[in-house]
Design a protein around this ligand. Structure first.
Ligand code: GDP
Ligand code: MG
Length: 384
């Protein structure tokens, strides 16, 4: 491949992992989050040998899990031949290198795992650039530490460390590359913005699918638009690019529906920042279809994660319909979840994206929003 060599080597692929979550003040989603981490690793083809949960009031600033736990992990790793330790949170560069020393294992954090999955799913130029930028942003704090170390190894005050010029060269190269990616993504952003504005001018109503990864967003777009070319797959983050399709109402009229990257617990902020260009499709929409997997362990908890990410994107106050999907797997449980959501004031529709059950109600709800939108924007009616 002609692609520039990355400074983070993502090609190393350890065979067996131990995952470790730290339960801070008995948070109730430590297990769920750890289940997800195991699934994320599975998506990378890495089996998990053991799960460790460490209860603490605060993470250990030096090694996150504490040196006692690290010893235990090291012992178990030697017995089970696990060479990778994955911590289900964000690690500081110091915590990471300390843990590496304490356990003699390769250490990753959750952000790194998610980033690796994004990398493996990035197929278009835009998605690749966004992932690359996120990786650099992720890498900078540890480079900063390294730079500090190098400038000290020189000995006398004011002298330069031996590796520093090489290091400086690397830093400058990185800076140039980041600048070039940022400006290319800026151009993409502008093109998208123009396109959105044109749609608005044409009076087109745009809805955006948002939701947890694997909740069925792409399947929904695929069924509603009858476009079999859309990729829907039982893997995490199969969609990294935005797809837009026109959906017609049976009784006349239509709207545009866009599908984009899904969310997850502890989504690295570097990725959210780097995917701004893609995610603006969400904040620029007239309506959000918030898709929830009703068969999930904690559908309402997952919705809160989605809402938090929407807040970061300043899209949490857009009108929305909650689409409770996969009701073929849940039955009456979905009725209760729907009740719970409606009690929270969420407009909720139950569907099965695979069979089309509930689509009529969903489309009627969307149509109602398009009409309300027209009333509040009289200029759209006069367009054309
Ligand atoms: N049983 C069932 N499976 C579904 C339904 N909708 C989607 N899926 C499956 O869920 C998985 C993830 O779907 P996908 O649309 O790629 O999710 P996305 O990540 O939100 O885009 C796929 O294996 C789909 O076949 C549904 O209504 N019922
Ligand atoms: Mg998808």
């Amino acid at each position: 491949m002609s692609r520039q060599k990355r400074s983070i080597d993502l090609s190393i692929k350890p065979k067996k992992a131990i995952v470790c979550g730290v339960d801070i003040n008995s948070a109730d989603d430590t297990e769920v989050s750890l289940d997800e981490l195991v699934m994320l690793l599975e998506n990378l083809g890495i089996p998990t040998m053991a799960r460790v949960i460490q209860k603490r009031n605060t993470p250990d600033p030096a090694s996150f899990v504490g040196s006692g736990k690290a010893e235990e992990i090291k012992d178990f790793a030697q017995k089970s031949e696990a060479t990778l330790l994955v911590v289900d949170d964000f690690l500081s560069p110091t915590q990471k290198s300390n843990l590496q020393k304490l356990t003699s294992m390769i250490v990753w954090d959750r952000a790194f795992v998610i980033m690796k999955i994004f990398e493996s799913r990035a197929h278009t130029a835009e998605a690749k650039l966004q992932v690359e930028l996120a990786q650099y942003r992720y890498e900078i704090p540890s480079l900063k530490g390294l730079g500090h170390q190098m400038s000290r190894t020189g000995g006398g005050i004011g002298t330069r460390g031996p590796g520093e010029t090489e290091f400086e060269r690397h830093r400058r190269k990185l800076e140039r590359r980041m600048k070039s990616i940022t400006s290319r993504l800026e151009a993409v952003k502008e093109r998208r913005r123009d396109r959105r504005e044109r749609r608005k001018k044409d009076g087109a109503f745009t809805a955006a699918l948002v939701g947890y990864t694997n909740s069925g967003k792409s399947t929904l777009l695929k069924s509603l638009s009858k476009d079999s070319g859309i990729l829907a797959a039982n893997q995490l983050f199969s969609t990294l690019d935005t797809v837009v399709r026109k959906i017609s109402f049976r009784d006349g009229g239509s709207f545009l529906l866009s599908d984009t990257v899904g969310f997850i617990r502890k989504l690295p902020p570097e990725l959210v920042a780097a995917f701004r260009a893609t995610l603006e499709e969400v904040s620029g929409a007239d309506l959000l279809l918030l898709v929830i997997d009703s068969a999930d362990k904690d559908p309402v908890g997952n919705m809160d994660i989605v809402l938090n990410t929407l807040k970061e994107l300043k899209a949490d106050d857009l009108p929305r319909i909650v689409v409770l999907n996969k009701i073929d797997k849940t039955g009456s449980e979905a009725d209760f979840t729907a009740m719970e959501l409606r009690a929270r004031g969420e407009e909720t529709v139950k569907v099965c994206a695979l069979t089309g059950e509930g689509f009529e109600e969903l489309l009627a709800a969307v149509k109602k929003h398009t009409m309300e939108n027209n009333e509040s924007r009289p200029e759209a009616e006069h367009a054309q």
